[in-house]
Design a protein around this ligand. Structure first.
Ligand code: SF4
Ligand code: SF4
Length: 696
């Protein structure tokens, strides 16, 4: 006997059990139907997507649909055969809506796909076992069908201390778990062992209502040395609700909007535990389940192990349906089940019962009357809610008040409606209100997503505009910089051009001055030939010196001119020729004067020779410079050339100055000038010679 302490359930009702209809015979097998309708959505969460096409041959246990969402469960072929249709098919839902399904025409061979069992699960890691559970597509078989692997993966900071195996099966008529615990006890024990290996809880509680003595005995017998607690609970509806069972076994209430895992507690239905066993020990995915076929409209109520996708009509035929007696056809039990619109709908993973009741057995509900505020509904509510208030707010679509009164804590057990003297279908109002709120929440989420997308787009456009503006500014800056550089270059080119023009003008001026000096010299020479006077001689001499000086200045200016640009090569060659000719002529004139000096030896000839020698040297230097410019016309040479020319110019000027001072002194001596004047001229000559010596 279990010594585990239990706590009384708050509320609850005691409807007729009606379980003996179906629990008196063992679990039956079901002849293979010709067609299996396998919906893509059989669980809570995201639907799966088909992985096969029409015409494909599939093996039993083959994965045929899956989802990338973690809140989903894979779907497998329940038998071997050919996919004949993928599309909307009848579905076990109160609305009678069609749902996407894969239809398999069975071939009767039941050919399995390769299986990968893990019999030595103690040697396997929890991660590997959880992956096997996920691959097997297991979702809760006793309730809403939440994917099992999610429940078996608690957060790291919320370890599971208490594992509860739920075998209460409190709803009337349903005996599937009862028969499972009796006939598959060994699998149930091994399945619990696997969960314990994965979760490492401190306590394991196997809860069974005391209206199932055979199941309690079988489980206790199978415990062996396991330290699991088999807890027999008083029969009361709805003791099997997850939160209610936790409250009975631990005395703790799971807070509203919280999960049992946050209290370190995990509940698993016995059917789900056996499915975990099959997945790990045998490698089989979830493709069948035990379903109760019951109701007084059936000749042979029973429990069957049927393939997922088996049409309800096929099972009703097996159980001997009496169509004439049949009243409501219910999927689930009389308290929480719903009316099946069509027997063509298939069995899915959450189908624990098909109830074919007669009208006498489950008469149609009488017309609802106004609430008399008797408070009976609140008395029996196991979730500690105010059902009449919820009904009132549901009538007014007052969603804020419904949520404030914890509508979503309602487990839709139907206890309130069961006791309501006004026969108000309270649960229907709650389901409709929940659906409305969920729909509005979905709309709200969609609107928020749309808003987020809009704001994201606006932000993206703003950033794009900023980027373009920055690019525009950078382009404008580059353009302004380029323009400034071009303007600077233009200014520099202008300055260079002006400088060249000025040099050109100066050269022209010097050429004119040299020509005029030559003309004046020739004119004076003619006058001297006509009237040979001393004054004319002096004048001719002065004009010759001036002409020479002008010529030298012109030559210096020509030599100092910037080197010609490389492009106009012809003018450079012309200039070179001209300089060569000038140098040759200067040499010829020098040699001629030297011969005359040798013949006559006068001072004037000496001065003339000296001047011609300077001119010849200058011409030679000009030729050297012109040759260098012609052969290496680089800009870098220009400053050197200009600098050399300036030094040479000063030297030449000093030499000419000395020659002129010397000539003036000779002339004064010849004219018998007074001693003071001679002394002054001598001093000037001495000074000029010193300057020349310094420059040399
Ligand atoms: S049991 Fe029915 S009649 Fe009584 S308070 Fe609740 S809803 Fe109203
Ligand atoms: S159906 Fe909801 S409100 Fe009614 S008794 Fe059950 S939990 Fe309470």
């Amino acid at each position: 006997m279990s010594t585990w302490p239990i706590h009384p359930l708050r509320g609850g009702v005691h409807p007729p059990q009606c379980k003996t209809l179906s629990n008196q015979s063992p679990i039956h097998s079901v002849p293979l139907p010709k067609q299996l309708i396998v919906p893509l959505l059989q669980h809570l969460g995201r639907s799966t997507e088909a992985l096969v096409n029409v015409g494909d041959y599939v093996l039993k246990g083959q994965l045929i649909a899956d989802s990338s969402s973690p809140i989903s469960a894979a779907v497998h072929a329940p038998s071997s055969g050919t996919v004949s249709c993928i599309g909307p098919q009848p579905y076990p839902h109160v609305s009678g809506q069609l749902l996407e399904a894969i239809v398999i025409d069975t071939d009767g061979l039941e050919t399995w796909c390769p299986l990968e069992p893990v019999p030595d699960f103690y040697a396997a890691s929890a991660t590997k076992l959880l992956d096997k559970v996920r691959q097997a597509g297991i979702s809760g078989l006793g309730g809403a069908g939440f994917p099992t692997v999610i429940k078996l993966t608690p957060k790291a900071h919320q370890p599971i201390k208490t594992l509860i195996i739920n075998g209460t099966e409190c709803e009337p008529y349903i005996t599937a778990d009862d028969l499972l615990m009796r006939e598959k006890t060994a699998q149930l024990m091994l399945g619990i062992d696997i969960l314990v290996h994965i979760l490492q809880p401190e306590h394991v509680l196997i809860a069974i209502e005391d209206n199932k003595p055979e199941a309690i005995a079988a489980v206790r017998h199978a415990l062996d040395s396991r330290r699991y607690h088999v807890v027999a609970l008083p029969t009361i509806y709805p003791s099997g609700g997850e939160r209610q069972l936790i409250q009975i076994l631990t005395g703790q209430e799971v807070p509203s909007a919280k999960l049992p895992a946050e209290l370190g507690i995990l509940c698993q239905n016995v059917g789900t535990v056996v499915a975990v066993h099959d997945a790990i020990i045998e490698g089989k995915p979830l493709i069948s389940r035990i379903t109760t076929l019951t109701g007084q409209a059936l000749q042979r109520p029973m429990n069957v192990e049927c393939l997922i996708g088996t049409p309800v009509a096929h099972l009703l035929e097996l159980a001997g349906i009496q169509q004439a007696k049949r009243g409501r056809l219910i999927a689930g039990g009389p308290m929480m089940g719903f009316t099946l619109p069509s027997a063509a709908a298939p069995i899915i993973k959450t189908s624990n019962c098909i109830l074919a009741a007669t009208d006498a057995e489950l008469p149609p509900p009488p017309p609802a009357l106004p609430c008399i505020r008797c408070g009976d509904c609140a008395e029996v509510c196991p979730a500690n809610l105010l059902p009449q208030q919820l009904h009132f707010y549901a009538l007014g679509d007052d969603h804020p008040q419904l949520q404030a009164h914890n509508l979503f804590d309602c487990i839709e057990c139907g206890a309130c409606a069961y006791v309501c003297p006004s026969s108000i279908p309270l649960v229907q109002y709650y389901r409709a209100a929940k659906a409305d709120i969920r729909e509005q929440e979905q709309k709200q989420i969609k609107a928020e997503h749309a808003k987020e997308r809009f704001e994201f787009r606006q932000e993206r456009l703003r950033l794009e505009d900023e980027r373009k503006e920055a690019e525009r500014a950078a382009r404008a800056e580059r353009l302004a910089k380029t323009k400034a550089e071009q303007a600077k270059k233009a200014t520099q080119a202008d300055a260079a051009s002006h400088k060249a023009d000025a040099a050109d003008d100066e050269l022209k001026r010097l050429k004119i001055a040299a020509s005029m000096a030559q003309v004046a010299l020739r004119k004076a020479q003619k006058q001297l030939e006509a009237h040979d006077t001393e004054a004319l001689k002096v004048q001719v001499e002065q004009l010759r010196v001036a002409a020479d000086y002008a010529k030298q200045a012109l030559e210096l200016a020509s030599a100092a001119m910037p080197a010609p640009a490389p492009a106009p090569s012809q003018p450079a060659e012309d200039e070179l020729k001209r300089v060569k000719i000038a140098a040759s002529m200067a040499q010829v004139a020098l040699r001629k004067a030297q011969k005359q000096l040798e013949a006559h030896g006068t001072d004037e000839l000496k001065v003339q020779v000296e001047q011609l020698r300077i001119s010849a040297e200058q011409a030679k230097q000009a030729l050297t410079a012109a040759t260098a410019t012609a052969t290496t016309p680089t800009v870098a040479d220009k400053p050197v050339k200009t600098e050399l020319s300036a030094a040479e110019q000063a030297l030449k000027k000093a030499k000419i100055d000395v020659a002129m001072k010397r000539a003036a002194l000779r002339k004064a001596e010849r004219n018998a000038a007074d001693p003071e004047a001679l002394a002054a001229l001598q001093a000037e000559l001495t000074h000029a010679e010193q300057s020349l010596a310094e420059l040399n």
